[in-house]
Design a protein. Structure first.
Length: 143
């Protein structure tokens, strides 16, 4: 089977990735062609394993740094000025007209536990406050 771009034109690291994956990622024919091209280029199995170990080390370092970032995010808070902005923009944020910072779901996904609670509280209290003001204005209690 022919692949685009042809295996002869692909970078060595891409061929290593293809040749050392399983059939869930690439068809068996593609894996065999990548292995054949690596052999034609005289790329040893040892070198391929060295590259794969390097990728694994990079991935492990990425996970370690991500875990540090998640731990740091856990107790981060909004500043007073950010709280004021969220409070006054809440009706527009809730209607989807304005985006300010991350959504509650995004905050939770990135482990901003305190910020997520603050945002829910600010949006809720703002919605209640604005609803109360509108109610009072519409019934002549204010002005």
């Amino acid at each position: 089977m022919k692949y685009i771009p042809p295996f002869e034109e692909r970078e060595t690291e891409e061929l290593i990735a293809i040749a050392n994956c399983n059939t869930d990622d690439w068809q068996k024919d593609a894996i065999l062609q990548a292995q054949a091209e690596l052999k034609r280029r005289n790329i040893s199995k040892e070198y391929q394993q060295e590259i794969i170990r390097e990728w694994q080390d990079n991935y492990d370092e990425f996970l370690r740094l991500r875990e540090i970032e998640f731990q740091k995010n856990e107790n981060e808070k909004y500043s007073i000025s950010q709280c004021v902005i969220i409070f006054f923009l809440a009706p527009f944020i809730l209607l989807g007209k304005i985006h300010f910072d991350l959504s509650v779901n995004d905050l939770k996904n990135q482990n901003y536990k305190v910020k997520a609670r603050q945002r829910v509280t600010l949006l809720t209290t703002s919605a209640i406050t604005f609803s109360l003001i509108i109610y009072l204005l519409s019934h002549g209690y204010i002005l």
